[in-house]
Design a protein around this ligand. Structure first.
Ligand code: NAP
Length: 268
């Protein structure tokens, strides 16, 4: 059984990854910015899940978790870099959107149409990500997204490498997105797209650098998944979104330096 760290494990796809790995009997360390929320989310899990405070943009938080894993386990078999943000102020969107959706669905049978009408209005308020394009996007916001989705992952990998090296076959799994695929890049969600295509580049760099040391590094896209980030009309359940991450973490032999969706390699 493996020792596996999942960042952003308290909700969404990360929580489901923790749940599936826990069910398989692995020792799961759930990184959660707010450990109270993480413990609440993991209440129905078995005792294998260990919830620890982790904010991937705070070095001290990362180093505290490193010290814990080093002391208690002496190694890390798999690091799943799942934590991510879609846009700045994503949290506000979640609350407002949930309220609006609930309201509409109790009032109308054509909820979807009305919802689609309201979203552009919410975009103007900044509560929902604005479709501003690379031309007009705020670079301050782009940098904030990069901080979490790229530099946060980079620092996690740098700090945890010594423990991954202590594993027989250390693995790093980076939660990327179809938004980062080179062929699909447009001006839409430019900060997020840039962060995920950069994460793919980071995956290739680390994979080449760590290959000789026996650590595999891969990226994956979960598809469009119903979570706070994916929204209520995403077609996929979290179990589908988590599946490839669990497979990459547990499959006996996996390659390195690849990009996957639904357990199949896809183009960068
Ligand atoms: P989500 O429901 O919004 O959950 C995001 C998770 O990341 C939360 O646990 C959040 O913690 C955590 N997080 C954000 N910033 C963090 C930080 N600085 N430090 C630590 N944790 C942080 O999103 P999701 O849909 O599950 O997405 C998970 C991953 O899949 C992301 O990397 C996302 O880009 C990727 N993805 C999702 C979709 C989709 O359709 N949902 C599609 C493609 C890729 P808090 O609860 O504290 O905010």
């Amino acid at each position: 059984m493996k020792t596996i760290l999942v960042t952003g494990g308290n909700r969404g796809i990360g929580l489901e990854i923790c749940r599936q790995l826990d069910e398989l009997g692995h020792t799961v360390i759930m990184g959660s910015r707010d450990p109270v929320k993480g413990k609440e989310a993991a209440r129905s899990f078995s005792n294998n899940v260990i919830v620890k405070q982790l904010d991937v943009i705070h070095e001290e938080s990362i180093r505290n978790l490193f010290a814990f894993v080093k002391t208690d386990f002496g190694k890390l078999d798999v690091l799943i870099n799942n934590a991510g943000i879609g846009w700045v102020n994503q949290g506000q969107k979640n609350t407002v959107l949930a309220d609006v959706k609930k309201f509409i669905e109790t009032k109308s049978s054509g909820a979807r149409q009305i919802f689609q009408h309201i979203v552009p209005i919410l975009r103007k308020t900044g509560i929902v990500a604005q479709r501003e394009g690379a031309v007009n996007v705020s670079l301050t916001n782009v940098k904030l997204i990069m901080e979490t989705n790229l530099y946060g992952v980079w620092q996690m990998i740098q700090v945890f490498i010594p423990l991954l090296l202590n594993s027989d076959h250390g693995r790093i799994i980076n939660m990327s997105s179809g938004r980062g695929e080179l062929k699909s890049l447009s001006g839409d969600l430019p900060g997020y797209s840039l962060s995920k295509s950069s994460l793919n580049v980071l995956t290739i760099m680390f994979s080449n650098e760590l290959k000789e040391k026996g650590i595999s590094v891969n990226a994956m896209c979960p598809g469009w998944v119903k979570t706070e980030m994916g929204g209520p009309y995403a077609p996929r359940h979290v179990s589908q979104g988590a599946d490839t991450a669990v497979w990459l973490a547990t499959e006996k032999e996996i390659p390195t330096g690849k990009f996957f969706r639904d357990r199949k390699e896809i183009d960068w």
